[in-house]
Design a protein around this ligand. Structure first.
Ligand code: 13P
Length: 254
């Protein structure tokens, strides 16, 4: 069943005090989420206990991690396993964000392992894909994104793939104030769903989110598209009013 999601990716931002105030501000906003909608906050790992404590028990509101290690445990100084997040109440993990691919050299092969690790413990990966500017300019974004999906997700079972949330984030749209036209994003989402269906005999994905300069002014036009099931929001999620408005635009769609 289609699941609509407004997800905040705080990235590496905010002091503890600022995170605390932002969560309070968000909590003060009334959300009327239906059972097929969710609001997710991917906060820096160190603020997860704070966010879980504040948001605990709020229906359809979840805390997420921004990354995890591919192994279950071991001598990997500084790393955090998916099961550790689950043990503190975090069951959604962003994987393969373009910043991790670029600055931490995360490959499709590594992301295949991370995806498997997250699914194995029963958590939900929010798997990011998307093309850089030169690929978009060459007009080969569909085959680029298709290869990312094939390389990282095609080894999964049908039972696993249905639990994956995909976030399509064209790299050139992230933090740039530029977004592709909604109908163009819609057609890439359609392609993403078709690629998955072609491999997993007609299994439909519940959610393909769009990320890249989403704000309260462009969210409505995006969410009106049939195949855009929500958004992964960066900069605008650091402003409580702005993110609450984006979430409320999603709520109003029911
Ligand atoms: P912006 O919304 O700041 O463009 O960031 C998008 C993003 O990278 C979310 O993961």
């Amino acid at each position: 069943m289609r699941k609509q999601i407004a997800a905040a990716n705080w990235k590496m931002n905010l002091s503890h005090h600022e995170a605390d105030s932002l969560l309070d501000q968000l909590l003060a906003t009334e959300h009327h989420l239906s059972s097929n909608q969710a609001v997710i906050f991917a906060v820096p790992a160190i603020y997860i206990p704070l966010a879980v404590q504040k948001l605990n028990g709020k229906p359809n509101i979840f805390v997420a991690a921004q990354n995890c290690h591919q192994k279950a445990n071991g001598a990997y100084t500084g790393e955090i396993a998916a099961s550790m997040y689950a043990s503190v109440g975090v069951h959604h993990i962003i994987l393969g964000h373009s910043e991790r691919r670029e600055f931490f050299a995360e490959s499709d092969t590594l992301l295949a392992e991370k995806t498997e690790a997250v699914l194995t413990i029963g958590s939900t990966p929010i798997f990011c894909c998307g093309e850089p500017l030169e690929i978009r300019e060459a007009g080969t974004q569909n085959s680029f994104v298709e290869a990312q999906l094939k390389n990282a997700l095609f080894q999964l079972s049908a039972d696993q793939i249905v639990k994956v949330v995909i976030a399509y984030e064209p790299i050139w749209a992230i933090g740039s104030g530029q977004t592709p036209e909604p109908h163009k994003i819609n057609s890439i989402h359609e392609m993403i769903k078709d690629v998955v269906q072609s491999r997993f005999s007609n299994i439909g994905l519940d959610s393909v989110l769009y990320g890249g300069s989403v704000n309260s002014s462009n969210a409505a036009a995006l969410f009106e598209e049939d195949e855009i099931d929500g958004a992964l929001v960066g900069v605008a999620s650091l402003d409580g009013k702005e993110f609450a408005e984006i979430a409320n635009i999603l709520n109003d769609l029911t």
